[in-house]
Design a protein around this ligand. Sequence first.
Ligand code: NAP
Length: 352
Amino acid sequence: MSSLKKTILVIGGTGAQGVPVVKALTEDSKYNVHVLTRSAASTATIELAALPGVTIIEGNAYDYDTLCRVFTGIDYAWVNTNGFAIGEKNEIYWGIRMFEIARRCNVSHFQWASLPYLSKLGNFDPKYRTGHMDGKGKVAEFISAQPTSPMKWSVLTSCMYMETLTELLAPHPSLDNPDLMIFAAPLGKGQPPLIHLADLGRYARWLFDNPERSNGMNLMVATENIGWEYLVKTFTEATGKKAVYKDITLDELFASPVFPFPDGKVGHSVSYEDPTLQTYRQNFSGFWNSWKADLVKVDYALLDEILPTRVKTLGEWMKLVGYTGERSSVLKDYRDNAKKRQKGFEEKVFRQ
Ligand SMILES: NC(=O)c1ccc[n+]([C@@H]2O[C@H](COP(=O)([O-])OP(=O)(O)OC[C@H]3O[C@@H](n4cnc5c(N)ncnc54)[C@H](OP(=O)(O)O)[C@@H]3O)[C@@H](O)[C@H]2O)c1
């Protein structure tokens, strides 16, 4: 007799997004979780290995033999490929391939961690082209064209992590007045949605727990749409610290040591010779242009219904995590590659 306890394969489980997903899946004893990682010795992996029901499996997610091995004998799969590491073309290839291999291995529910397909939302205007978003969005389009039987599928579409307000989106003190914090972004009056990661984990769990509703569903998740004037106001209310929003140009962003990416292309774990890869500047120009243009819409009424206990506002989140604007690490890949990046991340660059 087969066990009633389902086993979920998690790809990308050691990352900023994957860790809260694994935590949500294991908060009770309903599921066993297999986490695929390149290293069982990383801090994130060791933390996950201590959770009840978690089995760590070492291997490369972008390798056919490994995928056949890890998808065999499991019930569900949650997949977050790393587009920053492998580039858009590989992300499209491996996303589709993982779906095919899962189906062939008789997985019964496949969940794709996606991002909005910005190029499509922006009518394919090149100014919105963002490889690390478009790649996932294109895989979501492929999956959405597949039947919902015998393998159920769900797409979990997210957005910028609220937690990166301590990293990529963190403020820095003004050179002229160290008591004044500056939130700089090339956003104009754009109000991008941000998602609290623990809630993202709960939505991932909901999609597996409720297949009668989630099969064939693309769920766009966010906590709140946040303009940077509102961010500054909420920050001051929460911390008592003075702050301003500096609406910068893309040129200012990329000239700044605060911008954390080196020269080169999005796809740092593959050859940069591939002409399909975007430079960081090209990729993140599309990214900020899209958020500035408010291309992405969120159905908050649906999210309230699915997760009534969700964090609903930025202020609530700041209180929950004790937000101070101090920097702390969020992205694993960013942490792992810290030494490769140009120095000066902490420098104060935007004068009042
Ligand atoms: N930053 C955001 O706000 C945001 C929002 C939504 C979606 N995303 C998307 O999420 C994906 C990244 O996941 P994350 O945010 O959880 O990032 P992260 O914290 O940097 O984690 C990276 C994950 O990718 C895995 N990985 C596998 N092969 C890799 C390789 N060759 N190089 C680097 N990492 C590799 C890592 O696993 P091991 O190291 O354990 O092998 C780890 O689980 C990207 O596609 C990104 O576009 C980001």
